[in-house]
Every structure is written in C-alpha cells, then in structure tokens.
Design a protein around this ligand. Structure first.
Ligand SMILES: *Cc1c(COP(=O)(O)O)cnc(C)c1O
Length: 494
C-alpha cells in the first residue's frame, strides 16, 4: 500500500510513497500530510474470528491488510511491546459502566496515556527503518504533558534515533514532568523551557528554521524526523483499538455482528478520532463518531456549523490539558478524504492565511454523516468524575468529557464506547478537587495518596516510583538558549 498527499503533489516530492518513506518524512507537498491511497476492508467474518484472537494478533492481522513495507518480524517485535502493558493477555481492558455504556481503556501502557498505544510499537518501527537506511535521525518534540513521556519511553536507547523533548516549565503536572526528567537513555535530552506551551512550540519552530542548527545537523549527518500525532506511523495503530472495541463488545454482549455502536472520543489533535473514521471506512459498524471537547470547542463548532474560525480564539487552560488545542492537525485528513486534495488545500490555505474556513452545506452534511460533537466545561468533568467514583468507576478528566456526548448525543438502546485516554494517576490533583468539591491546590504526591485511599484504587509502580527516582534532566532554559543546548547534546554523542 502506498501513500499520497492531502494537498496534492508539487512535482518535486514523489507522487506516491511507501509507508516507511511517509513515516520518516512526514510533511508532504505544500505542507500537507500523507494518507493511504485506499483502505483495506474488514467484513463480519473478520470481526467474528477476531473474538478468538489476542490484541496482538488482531493488530498483526490488520497491519497485514495494509500491506506496508515493514518485515513481519519487525511488526512482531513492535506488537510485543503490548506485553509491557499491565496485563499482557489483555492490554486494552474493556469495562462496562452502564447497561449500554462501555469504556475502552487505552491507558495501561508504561506512561499511562493512550499515546503508548501507538508510540510503543511505532518506536520499534521507526528505529528499524533508520537502521536499515544506516541513517541517524533526530526527533524533536514539544509537549504539553502526555506526548513527551510516551515519546521518550519508546525511543530510549533505540538505535539511530535521538530525541530532544521540550516542555513548558510549570506547564505540566508533577507526574508528567517527573516522567520526563527521570527517563533514562543516553540518546535522550529533555529541556524545560521558561514560558508556556505556545512559547515551547514557537522555540521548536525557530529551531527548525535556524541555519546554524541545520548546518550542524548536516555536518553530523543527522536527519530530522517527527513523531508527532500527524505521523501515519502512529495513526495506523490508532485504527486498531477501535476495531478491538467492537470485538470486545461482541465478546461481552453477544450482540449480533453488524449491529452499530457509538464511539466517543475526547479529542485534541484528532488522531484518535481519525483512527475511528478510518476504522468506520474499513467496514467497522460505527453509527457515529462522537467528538468530545472541553471549552476549547473549535471542533464542536466545525462539526455543528461547518466553520473553523481561529480569529477570535484564545487558548484556554482546562483540567483536560491534552485537549487544550485550537489547531487540530488531523482534521486535514478528513477534509482530504471527503473533498479531495484540491479542496483540502484550499481550506488549509484559508486557515493559514485568514485563520478561517467555512464548509459548504453539502460538505457539512457529509461531515455530519460520520461525526457529531459536543463540549463541556471543567465543572461538568469534575461532577462526572465524582458521580462515577461513587458508583465505583474511576475516570480521568479527559475521559469525563465523553459523558457529555453520551448524555446529549446517544440513542440509548445503541451501545456506546468511551475511549479512555489517560489513567487518573496523571491528573491526581484534579481528581482530588472533583472528589472534595473544592479548588485547592494539591501536589501530585499528596493527591495520589488521598485519591488512592478514598477510592481504594492502587497507584501503579511506574507512577509511585517516579517520586524516588533520580532526576536525570534538570535544566530549565530560556528560549534563546535552546539551540545551544541541543547543539551541545548532538555534538556530545559519538
Ligand atoms: C493526546 C491526548 C488526547 C487527544 O488525542 P488526539 O488524538 O490528539 O485527539 C486526549 N486525551 C489524552 C489524555 C491525551 O493524552
């Protein structure tokens, strides 16, 4: 299977590329993205047979349908990383919390966010391709909290890959910061930046444009790549757990294969939702993909009105920080899929030049065939956390936003699946505020202990041990000094 570009081809880039090319060189002509030329189909036989298979086997079966240019042995090694999850025989537990409401728990990997679902296997694949090319790559990441730890964990000590991860100092939770600062691996560099997430991202952009930086990379024969959420190497693994959710539903409910279900997705950059869209196109009987947002509700507006308007928007900080996003990059792939490369390019140009685009009525109707959307505020999330905690289910603030979609958008006799994207342990202070109904500032460590005691839930070793581990990366720098720090890191490794 080959890959093509969302904004058309510039006659400089190849017209079609392989999977390995697309993941190593993720930005396509005119600033577009790579997308698969077509999608393989799954039928009810596939789904029924899958009820007898492990998560790993289903993953391998689906990857085989995609016919990507990665050897089977490498794919096998990649999916073996799901053995590092809490229960290797069940890496993605599927839990019923109401008669018709289920949770697909995507957070049982090493860093406790759903980013591990894709980044764990992706790390093996990217490193393999780099080794095959005998080429060193530098991956630069700016993180607001969850991507950083998951990226560092997957690439630690991987051949031919170096990672520099920047985070806003004070802009992450203690757990997220410690996950990065204590991460071992001589190929990793973590830098705290004075400023907020926007400053951190701006610093990364400045770096990518810097001539001295580029010259040094060229001198060391290092290529740049990115492991961010538009990389198709991550998206491909995010199709699979949606299919697995349906397989779990079949196993649990003995429903007829073919009966439809809702999937509800707490969305930011739209990678998770895009995975569901591709799964639906491959034949998974999704009735609708329900997009949950916080008060940064740009996706709600797009799906309800057809307008993407950044002009009056300011990013607002919420208790679901991984969804505090206004430029939701993977939406582009939906626009391409539905309206073609010419129209997609036009819309994306309009967003760049005018911070605005508007779909036609027909385009909006097409979008609404697959998606519906709603948003909620922090108060709703906290009330939801408390309500379900009382009933015996502990969910994190991102997952809690999904309940608004369940209440407002679902027809009750149709099963609904929430994609749970983080474990509560990453956001313990918010959990405490929700349970205590106050606005106190708790430290992560005190909140972790209090929530664990109050709700009788354990704290996994990977979280509790963070507070005892040695801090390996403690430099916090001004934006102006980032380049020098990174250059020193690059020169320092033989
Ligand atoms: C990254 C993340 C999201 C947003 O996922 P997208 O694929 O970017 O839409 C939601 N919740 C958590 C906890 C995350 O880490």
């Amino acid at each position: 299977m080959n890959f093509i570009e969302t904004r058309g081809n510039d006659n400089i880039n190849p017209k079609e590329v392989t999977f390995s090319y697309a993941i190593m060189n993720p930005s396509a002509s005119f600033g577009g993205l790579y997308v698969p030329q077509s999608l393989p189909q799954i039928d009810s036989d596939f789904l029924v047979n899958a009820t007898q298979k492990s998560y790993k086997q289903i993953t391998l079966d689906i990857l085989e349908l995609f016919a990507i240019d990665i050897e089977e042995s490498v794919l096998q090694e990649a999916v073996n990383l799901y053995d590092k999850f809490d229960d290797p025989s069940d890496p993605v537990p599927f839990v019923s919390i109401e008669d018709d409401l289920f949770v697909n728990e995507l957070f049982h990997g090493p860093t406790r966010a759903f980013k591990d679902m894709a980044l764990q296997p992706f790390g093996v694949i990217l490193s393999h391709v780099a080794q095959k090319q005998a080429q060193d790559y530098l991956i630069l990441a700016a993180t607001s909290g969850d991507t950083g730890p998951a990226t560092l964990d997957t690439f630690a000590n991987k051949q031919n890959i170096r990672v520099v991860c920047m985070y806003p100092d004070g802009g992450t939770s203690d757990v997220q910061r410690l996950q990065m600062q204590t991460q071992e691996g001589k190929n990793l560099k973590v830098i705290g930046v004075h400023g907020n997430f926007d400053d951190t991202q701006a610093a990364l952009k400045a770096l990518l444009a810097s001539p001295t930086f580029k010259a040094e990379l060229a001198k060391q024969n290092i290529k740049l790549s990115a492991a961010n959420s538009v990389n198709f190497g991550r998206i491909i693994f995010q199709i699979i757990y949606h299919i697995f959710a349906y397989v779990s539903l079949l196993k649990l409910q003995k429903r007829q294969c073919g009966e439809k279900f809702y999937t509800i997705i707490p969305s930011g950059n739209f990678g998770n939702a895009l995975g569901a869209y591709y799964a639906k196109k491959m034949g998974l009987p999704i009735k609708k993909i329900l997009i949950a947002s916080n008060i940064n509700n740009i996706l709600t507006d797009l799906i309800n009105t057809g307008v993407y308007d950044l002009r009056q928007r300011k990013l607002l900080l919420t208790t679901s920080p991984a969804m505090d996003i206004l430029i939701s990059s993977n939406v582009e792939r939906i626009l391409f899929d539905k309206f073609g490369s010419e129209r997609c390019g036009e819309l994306m140009d309009s967003l760049r030049d005018f911070k605005y685009y508007k779909l036609t009525d027909e385009e909006l109707a097409s979008l609404q065939e697959d998606f519906a959307a709603v948003y909620s505020d922090d108060t709703f999330a906290k009330e939801t956390i408390k309500h379900y905690a009382k009933k015996g289910y502990v969910m994190d603030p991102h997952t809690a936003t999904c309940l608004k979609a369940y209440e407002d958008l679902c027809t009750k006799d149709i099963p609904s699946v929430l994609c749970s994207t983080a474990q509560w342990t990453k956001f313990a202070p918010t959990m405490m505020q929700a349970l205590q109904n106050n606005e106190k500032k708790y430290t992560d460590i005190e909140a972790l202990k209090s929530v664990s005691d109050a709700l009788h839930v354990g704290i996994p070793e990977c979280i509790s041990s963070l507070f005892e581990k040695k801090i390996l990366h403690d430099n916090i720098v001004d934006k102006e000094n980032i380049e020098a720090e990174i250059l020193a890191f690059i020169r320092g490794i033989v």
